[in-house]
Design a protein around this ligand. Structure first.
Ligand code: FES
Length: 104
C-alpha cells in the first residue's frame, strides 16, 4: 500500500487557486476553493489539456483547451458522466497538503 504524499504547503495554494504537481507518477491538479481542497488528474481525458489551468466555478473546473467541465468532487464530466477525470483524496494536516494514492 502506497502512503500518502505531501504535495504542497497550504500557503502554496491560496483559496481560489490551483497547483499542478506530480504524485504517484501522474500529473495531478490540486484546487483550493471556499469548499476546501480537491484533486483531479491534471491531464484532461479529452485531449490532454492542463486541468490545473482551468477556470473553477461552482464546484466545477473547465478545461482551458476546449471547455469540457468536470466536477471537482468526483472528476465526473458535467455533460457526459461516462467520462471521468480520476479524482484523489486530498487532505490537510497542519500546513501540509497531502494526497492519498489513487484507489485501484
Ligand atoms: S483537452 Fe480538455 S476539453 Fe479538450
Amino acid at each position: 500500500m502506497t502512503a500518502s504524499v505531501r504535495v504542497a504547503s497550504v500557503a502554496e495554494i491560496p483559496v481560489g487557486s490551483a497547483l499542478e504537481v506530480v504524485a504517484f507518477d501522474r500529473v495531478v491538479a490540486i484546487y483550493h476553493t471556499e469548499q476546501g481542497f480537491f484533486a483531479l488528474d491534471g491531464v484532461c481525458p479529452h485531449a490532454g489539456g492542463p486541468l490545473a489551468q482551468g477556470q473553477v466555478l461552482d464546484g466545477e473546473v473547465a478545461c482551458p483547451w476546449h471547455g469540457w467541465r468536470y466536477e471537482l468532487a468526483t472528476g465526473r464530466n458535467c455533460v457526459n458522466p461516462a467520462i471521468q477525470a480520476r479524482s484523489f483524496a486530498v487532505r490537510v494536516e497542519g500546513d501540509d497538503v497531502l494526497l492519498d494514492p489513487p484507489a485501484g
